[in-house]
Design a protein. Sequence first.
Length: 431
Amino acid sequence: MRLSREFVSARIMGRRRRAGALVVTAAMAATTVATGAAAAPAGAAGGFYTPPARFAADPGSVIRTQQTELLLQIPGVKGQWPGTAKRMMYTSTRDDGKPAAVTGYVVEPTAPWNGKGPRPTVVIGPGTVGQGDQCAGSKMLSLPLSVDPAKPSIGVNYAGLEMNLLLLNGVRVAVTDYIGMGTPGIHTYVNRLESGRAMLDAARAALKVAKVPASSPVGFSGYSQGGGAAASAAELAAGYAPELNVKGTYAGAPPADLNKVIDQIDGTFISGAIGYAINGLAARHPELGTVVQKETNAHGKQVLKATATECIGDTGLLHGFERSRQWTRTGTSLSAVIKRYPAVHEIVDDQRIGRLKPNAPVLISTGVADDVIPNGQVNQLYRDWRSQGARVQLATGHLPSILPGMVINHALPMLEFLLPASSFLLNRFNS
């Protein structure tokens, strides 16, 4: 039987919200135990995340690096398995053309590369982890779960699933934290230009950190927010980073049309992620911030302020199943508010992916019952790229709807396409 979002909301909220928090915390703890790590605050990297007063403005420049532990140090084994990690800070470009210092990490695999040509590099764009600086994946390399009881906040670095699979195949991996995640300023969540550029510049920087030729083969990969970043990188590469030797991209469940994604996510367990998008876009477009201040009520302003410093677990537990109409002074959804202001609608529409042609093959994945990223707008991205002559494949998962709004139908396809995505990239490097 298909349960409505309202029914699920009623059953989960109230007295059961506390139980839900315990379940999520237990699940995260299980992840940590499985890796042999213990929960700890994510701020151990100290001042690494504060950019110098001056740094190289050229995109992809390496500002600094820092050796760091990666998950487990195996007793008696020289080096680390499955690779040796370095945090990096590098230069990228904001959508207004200004340089930005971005953090991330590079992992050199222990396993040899037995494929064709030189060892390739894959840049991974993490899925939605939050908007607070404590959520940055590069702060959770040795401890994939971070619990900060003082805030409180729960952060999880789940990019490790795909990262480890690639490392075991001898592929070098770089992961970006994106602009404003860990570093000063707001994280510009789902900003098309800044996400794609952060991925492309992470590739440039990773090749320099690894001290390999700039012509070495690279690929891009990501799911959800990361799928959008990878898709953006794929179509920006020809114009922004033409020197990169891009072999292929995997874009899982990409939010290609933000207007449709906002409608879909509204009222789900992670509806507060709408706040991430509004906060990030308002930081670059003051006119949007003015409209938001005018149209939101006191509760809406509080939610937007809170989400700017939260990880996704915090956001779900604190704002889950809320509808954006609860945040506005008129009781209409934020989507409806956006449509009333042409200038704001244009800002959101500018985030649309699919208007440029990727310069290398792309695999897109989607689930027919995805309750976060609408299946229809993913299919439209496929058609948009195909119409431009791009080499693109579409993989569709047919998992039936399970508790809509609980994000189950968004999370499970990520696991379903993990192996096919890795195989696609490995085949591209060997072609």
